[in-house]
Design a protein around this ligand. Sequence first.
Ligand code: ZN
Length: 285
Amino acid sequence: MHTHTITIGGYTLEALIDVEGVFFPLSIVFPNVPETAWEPFRAWYPDTVSGSDKLYTRVACYLIRGYGRTILVDAGIGPGPAPLFGHACGALLDELARRGLTPDVIDTVVLTHLHPDHVGWATRDGQPTFPRARYIVSHAELEAFHRDDVRAAMHAIVPGYLDQCLAPLEGAGVLEPVEDPVELSHGLKVALAPGHTPGLLRVELGDATSAVWLVADVFTHPAQITYPEWCSAFDMIPELAIATRKAVVERATTEGIQILASHFPPVPGLLHQDGASIRWEPVSR
Ligand SMILES: [Zn+2]
């Protein structure tokens, strides 16, 4: 699929699509949103819905290069086959190979959160997939995903993935929990944006004049920019997720911050006031 290379703050940023397609009914992902409420968004974001009641979803990871650093943000669904995604096999390593990159060039992997579609390639065969990388996660996220209730809930979605994807990183001593916020590289920062998960990290690039935020699953669908109160079934702390969405919409709108989200079309967008509503508009380059 066609993606753009973005230049921002001395870095190049590319979305790498691990998988895309039609996997989930809208009514499952957004159980509290009536079908008719989707009508305007079918027209605004035609490449995010399929048929009358399905999402068209991507799972994007990001490759960021600059200042001698090679950073990967998120690790997709993994080698698969992944039952949650139609038994698909993730394409992340192929996408890296197409760019002439082997896993050992990655120096840092940011795990925005620990849901199964963001950590799939973190390990292979019980070893870190990216052998030279330190893996960044928030303290809050790591603490939450050690709790029995959270582990049981995750196990119900994808059995065993935390044991496969997280435990080997901890065993190898490459997992680096961070506090909020922290600069990982020149002008590249992670900051807490909790609610979808207890310690979700967004990645911020750029400066006051031009910035891009990788917000992962703060928004699952761009309709949530217009209606931050729409919660996905995967929002673990709904009230906090709503508050975070509102805060991100406020800042992105007033400061002109471009927003990239893991499951949106893989291009950055600006938030524009359009009549009574705010919408996400992909930036054409
Ligand atoms: Zn996700």
